[in-house]
Design a protein around this ligand. Structure first.
Ligand SMILES: Nc1nc2c(ncn2[C@@H]2O[C@H](COP(=O)(O)OP(=O)(O)O)[C@@H](O)[C@H]2O)c(=O)[nH]1
Ligand SMILES: [Mg+2]
Ligand SMILES: [Zn+2]
Length: 386
């Protein structure tokens, strides 16, 4: 049902969302500001009044409906028919992503704005979905940091998941840091192994934080002592330090990894639904879940990602080379261009391994991600491989 202001159903009133960032917490690039001037000219040519136009940032998508934050207002917006007609974008819910800068029009006397143009992105965190008929799904735009959230437990942490998130992030032009949640569930011994594994796979330079939202004081003390011994930043402050003011980050992790619990702890109150909410990447279901920006008191801005069950990696070779530079370099010495680094003669990667140039764990991650990319490239419809 459409209401008078053009919205559908019950979208949250923007004025009640105190966790939204303020305009000065988000910064557009020089290129985007230049693009905005051009977008205004086109909108005026198409009949817009110049003083109805504003530059804004998409800070929420509720069931696909954008909310735009501009210098002096936050408002709901639809896409102008000009934008939809031009076919600049595809599906209804993937036209603008959270983090997109837009040229928007606020017709006098209307609450609802119109997005005239999406300004060019500086970066675009996107994943592949849909198997052989694949399409790219943008999770967030203009994000500088991906916080890979991975839960700890009795079993060893999933290095594969962390490595593939890092490959996607680096391919998309973003930095990476890792937050290991639910530290209370891991023994000291497991914690030590997990932290060593993450440092091995992503390098010592990668930001890392250990958290636990358990209310049990004894558990927290134990983890704190262990974190100090391992020299790993610990607690919500450690996460806040990874996302200082001026940074826009997205949390990436499986459903149930503890992302919403972590964000609520950072916000100091329960803004996000936890546990019971079953977020899904299934097309029919994820649209009911909001993607949104939240502003951390004393820190930067985080985009909450409802949770992804799968992170297929397709066409992220550049990202793979950025995360594993020394292995990618060794691969250039392979005799065969399509070497799988498993059994071929003259394999530069295996030679590098014999010389001890990289750990077997890094090598394993690299080889399996490279194999997955090769296979998915072969199975994909050639038309959609960009
Ligand atoms: N033991 C433990 N459980 C946690 C922790 N953080 C979150 N949980 C639980 O994990 C479940 C999923 O948390 P949620 O924040 O909703 O995960 P999300 O899907 O990633 O947003 C909930 O039942 C939480 O109570 C933690 O630090 N320790
Ligand atoms: Mg959640
Ligand atoms: Zn090789």
């Amino acid at each position: 049902m459409r209401s008078a202001d053009g919205t559908q159903g019950s979208l949250p009133a923007l004025s009640t969302l105190t966790e939204l960032p303020s305009f000065d917490e988000l910064s557009s690039s020089e290129g985007q500001r230049v693009a905005y001037v051009g977008a205004c000219e086109r909108a005026v040519e198409a009949g817009a009044d110049k003083d109805e136009l504003v530059m804004g940032c998409v800070v929420r998508l509720d069931r696909g409906y954008p909310a735009v934050l501009a210098a002096d207002a936050t408002f709901r917006a639809e896409f102008s028919t000009r934008l939809t007609k031009d076919g600049l974008c595809g599906r209804a819910d993937s036209r603008a992503a959270v983090g997109d800068w837009v040229c928007a029009r606020r017709p006098h006397g209307h609450d609802m704005g119109l997005i005239e143009e999406i300004l060019p992105r500086e970066s675009d965190i996107a994943r592949w979905r849909g198997g052989a008929r694949g399409e790219r799904q943008t999770l967030a735009a203009n994000v500088g940091l991906v916080l890979v959230v991975q839960q700890l437990g009795e079993r060893p942490v999933s290095c594969d998941r962390i490595a593939r998130s890092a490959v996607i992030a680096r391919d998309c032009g973003s930095d990476v840091a890792v937050v290991l949640t639910k530290a209370d569930r891991a023994s000291d011994e497991t914690l030590e192994k997990d932290v060593a594994a993450v440092r091995d796979v992503l390098g010592e330079g990668c930001g890392i934080a250990l958290t636990s939202s358990t209310a049990d004081g004894a558990q927290a003390r134990r983890v704190g002592v262990c974190a100090a011994r391992l020299d790993v930043p610990w607690g919500t402050d450690a996460v806040r330090e990874l996302v200082p003011r001026g940074t826009v980050a997205i949390v990436l992790g499986e459903s149930g990894a503890g992302k919403s619990t972590l964000l609520n702890a950072l916000l100091g109150r329960d803004v996000l639904e936890t546990g019971a909410v079953r977020a899904s990447d299934d097309a029919g279901r994820h649209t009911t879940v909001a993607r949104r920006m939240v502003s951390l008191p004393g820190g930067g801005v985080i985009v909450d990602e409802p949770g992804l069950r799968s992170l297929p990696i397709v066409g992220h070779e550049r990202g793979l080379a950025k995360v594993f530079p020394e292995i990618a370099e060794a691969a250039r010495e392979c005799r065969f261009r399509d070497c799988t680094h498993t059994h071929e003669p003259g394999c530069g990667v295996r030679a590098g391994e014999r010389e001890g140039r990289f750990s077997s764990r890094r090598l394993e991650c690299y080889v399996s991600l490279a194999a997955e990319m090769r296979e998915s490239a072969l199975s994909l419809d050639p038309d959609v491989v960009i």
